[in-house]
Design a protein around this ligand. Structure first.
Ligand SMILES: NC(=O)C1=CN([C@@H]2O[C@H](COP(=O)(O)OP(=O)(O)OC[C@H]3O[C@@H](n4cnc5c(N)ncnc54)[C@H](OP(=O)(O)O)[C@@H]3O)[C@@H](O)[C@H]2O)C=CC1
Ligand SMILES: O=C1O[C@H](COP(=O)(O)O)[C@@H](O)[C@H](O)[C@H]1O
Length: 479
């Protein structure tokens, strides 16, 4: 028998993401038939009452994906147990230990990270931290390098690095993994994947939602620490890393760390030119008092190595923006010489430089924009840009695309199997925090205040300037 412990099993993350993911995995026959799932939280709740709450969350989700089945639900429910305890108490954890059996144990921390440093020693004292135990940590682990190290030290005093699985749910997204397949499963892109052919890269994570009642957490973190330190730097690493020798965890993570170490520090002198902080105008009334927390951030990052010298990576993320859109745009350079006239514009349809768009949300797709000839007998050749989709599901156009999985499905499966390729290693997290701390210090040093932007826009004007002063513009402004 193996066991999955969900500390905080009655909370929002567990009910909204983890348990539906486990349902889908069970539905597809991907869970160990012997797996027991034990939710642990302080609320005094019976197993039956807990199972009812899980059902209320899982059923509508599964029905909306058209994969609800009584058989799967009965199987999942039989795996579920609930233990009311304070996870920081070793004595109380002993009761949990008795339920886990002798097989491997995966403990998912769906609780506040401020508790990690107290739960882990309690697990150790309760005999719940053997060599077959894995621990999954949710973000945010810390608020800066120092606080990250403080929490992580408490974890690594008990668990080896191979037992620690630091989640970045973006790494569980299908298209993010598809990016790895695209880059390293083909020969055709690699010769182009450098500063000879690529002009710049844009990474956008735009959300339409406001901060709302999450503000007590958000106000302490802001967009820089909530999104850029983790998800966006991970995306940047996957675009920029050198080919690893193998898909194993250390080979991939070694390459990502090298990218993070090559990020040029942002200085006080440069901060105003290469970064923008924004705040949507309703944030102050939502929060109830003025604050300098950024709900939008845009940064030009430069990677100081041979492959990327001179290729800026523009990243931006924000709440209350015009669209929900997560994408990576690889903007190629223009042709060196146009045979269609000096700039191609003497013919209808000027030549547009090629572009690869890796779209993560709202749709998942990887597409390539190329120029081709408009069909017809015009005496002068007419050019037009066309978009070729390189995505899954397109070989067989009649087949419906596979169900869009929750990112946690992949990550739960990998953590339970002990595969940490799609998890963040300690040195990666440290390097990311180091760079982000420098950005934050540069903001303080330059006294950079947030610039207001209207909800439903693409952020403050300064974010456009970040690109326009280099002769470029955000791809969203071209649609
Ligand atoms: N919600 C989300 O979408 C996301 C959440 N996260 C992260 O996941 C973690 C959990 O977030 P979320 O689910 O939203 O938080 P919630 O507050 O909804 O849930 C926290 C859970 O922890 C339990 N808990 C609190 N203290 C203890 C304790 N001492 N012993 C045992 N259980 C305890 C609570 O239950 P009780 O009070 O009964 O003990 C509750 O079940 C956080 O780290 C958060 O940052 C990350 C990404 C997204
Ligand atoms: O980690 C977080 O991510 C969400 C966005 O996730 P997505 O999968 O919907 O793109 C973000 O809203 C939240 O602020 C942040 O903590």
């Amino acid at each position: 028998m193996s066991a999955l412990i969900l500390f905080g099993g009655g909370g929002d993350l567990a009910l909204r993401m983890l348990l539906p993911s486990l349902y889908f995995l069970d539905h597809d026959g991907l869970l160990d038939p012997e797996l027991k799932i034990i939710a642990a939280a302080r609320s005094d709740e019976t197993r039956d009452a807990y199972i009812e709450r899980v059902r209320a969350s899982v059923e509508p989700r599964a029905k909306s994906d058209d994969v609800w089945s009584d058989e799967t639900w009965t199987r999942l429910a039989a795996r579920l147990d609930y233990v009311a305890l304070d996870a920081t108490s070793a004595d109380e954890l002993k009761a949990l230990k008795a339920k886990t059996g002798d097989g491997s144990v995966t403990a998912f921390m769906a609780v506040s990270p401020s508790l990690y440093g107290r739960i882990v020693p309690a697990m150790h004292a309760a005999g719940l931290a053997g060599p077959d135990t894995r621990i999954v940590l949710e973000k945010p682990v810390g608020r800066d390098l120092e606080s990250f190290r403080e929490i992580d030290d408490a974890v690594s005093a008990v668990f080896d690095e191979r037992q620690v699985f630091r989640i970045d749910h973006y790494l569980g997204k299908e298209t993010v993994q598809n990016l790895i397949a695209l880059r390293f499963g083909n020969t055709i892109f690699e010769p182009l994947w450098n500063n000879l052919t690529i002009d710049h890269v844009q990474i956008t994570v735009a959300e339409t939602v406001a901060v709302g009642d999450r503000w007590p957490y958000y106000d302490e973190y802001g967009a820089l620490r909530d999104m850029l330190q983790n998800h966006m730097l991970q995306l940047l690493c996957l675009v920029a890393m050198e080919p690893p020798s193998n898909i194993d965890a250390d080979s991939v993570r070694n390459e990502k760390v090298k990218v993070l170490r090559s990020l040029r520090p942002i200085t006080v002198e440069e901060a105003g030119r290469v970064t923008t902080r924004g705040q949507y105008t309703d944030y102050v009334s939502e929060r109830g008092a003025p604050t300098d927390t950024e709900t939008f951030v845009a940064i030009r990052a430069d990677i100081d190595n041979w492959r990327w010298a001179g290729v800026p990576f523009f990243m931006r993320t924000g709440k209350c923006m015009a669209e929900k859109r997560t994408e990576i745009v690889i903007q190629f350079k223009p042709v060196p010489h146009s045979i269609f006239g000096r700039d191609g514009s003497s013919y209808r349809g000027a030549i547009q430089p090629n572009r690869m768009i890796i779209e993560l949300q709202p749709d998942e797709d990887i597409s390539l924009e190329v120029m081709n000839k408009q069909p017809g007998l015009d005496q002068r050749m007419q050019l037009q840009p066309i978009t070729m989709s390189l995505s899954w599901g397109h070989n067989d156009r009649k087949a419906s695309p596979p169900r869009r999985r929750i990112a946690y499905e992949r990550l739960l499966l990998d953590a339970m199997a002990g595969d940490s390729t799609l998890f963040v290693r300690r040195d990666e997290a440290e390097e990311a925090w180091k760079w982000v701390d420098e950005v934050s210090d540069a903001w303080d040093g330059a006294a950079m205040k947030v610039e207001p932007y209207e909800g439903g826009s693409w952020g403050p004007e300064a974010a456009d300037l970040l690109l326009s002063r280099t002769g470029r513009r955000w791809s969203s402004h071209e649609r």
